[in-house]
Write a protein that binds this ligand. Structure first.
Ligand SMILES: Cc1cc2nc3c(=O)[nH]c(=O)nc-3n(C[C@H](O)[C@H](O)[C@H](O)COP(=O)(O)O)c2cc1C
Length: 350
């Protein structure tokens, strides 16, 4: 069941990325500067590629907002690709402008190129790259920013932190790890944690497998490009039950916990503790020192296609995860409390 629903569209080098969101309660403050600051955060981070220098993303809102407030009608967000003027021929919609400029046929290991070209019967691998690229996460972050604005109205906020880059687990060593990979024409991945605070008890449900908030969170985070593992709370591997589970206590007559190993979810529902979601990002698959591959046209050995690329994007990925988790929380809040207007929502949450 989707109460906060949207579709996104747009290719990496196409004219723009677009989203139409339905379900934002009327009266929510839509602060464009905040959406732009989230887009900016996604573009930052040590180890990002040159594209971030060319493009500074900003959002345009073309429907659903009037005088800074949501109308309750669908909100359309547009993020233009600033480099489009250099790509308009290559990405032309018209059959008359057909060109092989920027076409490529050598599969990039670790990308959607091979499976996507077989599945969609495409010979030019650019037809797969353009949508499989993580560029689409820009519009996802814009949608996440709108979700965060709804959450802000009801006192819920989230943040993220990097916990590992390559083999380094302490921040002092993160840049070194990225520099070393860059020097070697290589790439690195890492791990991050996202925390959301002040969630009500009972978002999600234990009553049916597809209603658990843990499953929904895992899906939105796992499907971020390059994410290979998702954890909720502490990794319980190797811990005894007595070490892992969070005991109930009574303080000043109120039920409380003194630990949060479960990461705020028990039985598929939020339990009032901080929601803690961690994820592991694989090393970026496009590298200056390209991997061995095959040319799909000749079936001969070739070096993987290289196109300007990040060496490390874990910081950006954490921002994307914050955004996607915000979608899930908002959706669950709207499922539980309904609400056509923000005033109604606030009154139901008391
Ligand atoms: C924010 C972000 C930036 C990324 N930047 C790049 C990049 O510059 N070059 C690259 O090869 N992969 C990049 N990736 C990863 C690929 O998009 C991803 O590995 C690829 O689409 C295959 O998907 P999979 O790893 O989930 O199987 C990035 C991912 C994210 C989330």
């Amino acid at each position: 069941m989707e109460k906060f629903r949207f579709l996104t569209s747009g290719e990496s080098h196409g004219k723009c990325l677009t989203a139409i969101i339905e379900g934002v309660p009327a009266g929510v403050g839509i602060d464009i500067d905040f959406i732009n600051s989230e887009l900016h955060r996604r573009q930052q981070g040590y180890g990002r590629g040159d594209r971030m220098k060319i493009e500074s993303d900003t959002v345009e809102i073309t429907s659903g907002v009037r005088f800074g407030k949501a109308l309750g009608s669908p909100i359309t967000l547009v993020v233009k690709n600033r480099d489009f003027e250099n790509w308009q021929k290559i990405m032309s919609v018209s059959p008359n402008n057909r060109t092989d400029d920027k076409a490529f046929s050598v599969y990039r290991p670790g990308h959607a190129d091979y499976a996507g070209s077989v599945k969609y019967n495409q010979q030019d691998l650019r037809n797969i790259l353009e949508r499989s690229s993580a560029r689409k996460t820009a519009i996802e972050v814009a949608v996440g920013a709108v979700a965060k604005l709804i959450l802000k109205e009801i006192g819920i906020s989230g943040s993220s932190e990097i916990t590992q880059i390559g083999s380094a687990c302490c921040p002092d060593k993160f840049h070194k790890e990225i520099d070393l990979a860059k020097e070697n024409g290589d790439s690195v991945g890492g791990k991050f944690v996202v925390v959301y605070k002040n969630l009500p008890v009972g978002l999600g449900s234990h009553v049916h497998w597809d209603r658990g908030i843990d499953g929904r969170l895992a899906q939105v985070v796992m499907s971020i490009p390059a994410i290979k593992a998702v954890e909720i709370g502490d990794n319980p591997l190797g811990l005894c039950g007595s070490e892992y589970h969070d005991e109930f206590k009574i303080k000043d007559g109120e039920i409380c916990r003194t630990s949060n190993h479960a990461g705020g979810v028990e039985g598929g529902m939020t339990n009032g503790q901080d929601l803690v979601v961690s994820a592991v990002m694989k090393p970026i698959p496009t590298m200056m020192k390209p991997l061995e591959s095959v040319d799909s046209k000749t079936n001969e050995k070739a070096k993987a296609h290289y196109e300007r690329s990040d060496v490390c994007a874990v910081e950006s990925c954490a921002v994307v995860a914050e955004a996607r988790i915000a979608w899930v929380i908002v959706n669950e809040i709207l499922l539980k409390y309904g609400s056509d207007s923000i005033e109604e929502l606030k009154s139901r949450l008391i």
